[in-house]
Unconditional design. Structure first.
Length: 77
């Protein structure tokens, strides 16, 4: 039995922002697998995305921001 988009939408809307990104990653990985495309394995992030860390980010040195972004992107490459 497969669910329709209209049945899934309420559950998707209830997900957190980070979980929605994870869902998109999983769906894209499944589509790539069905098309026999080679993909990098999805690695769960060791730390969840914390938007509060970006409050006042303009007061941080650029290197701190670059290091943070590089560390959170490692699983995406």
């Amino acid at each position: 039995m497969s669910a329709s988009i209209s049945e899934l939408l309420p559950a998707i809307l209830a997900l957190s922002h980070a979980d929605k990104f994870r869902l998109v990653q999983l769906v894209l990985a499944q589509l790539a697998q069905e098309d026999n495309l080679e993909t990098a394995p999805i690695q769960p992030s060791s730390l969840p995305f914390e938007p509060r860390l970006f409050f006042g980010v303009t007061h941080q040195p650029k290197t701190v921001i670059d290091d943070y972004l590089a560390s959170t992107r490692e699983g995406w490459m």
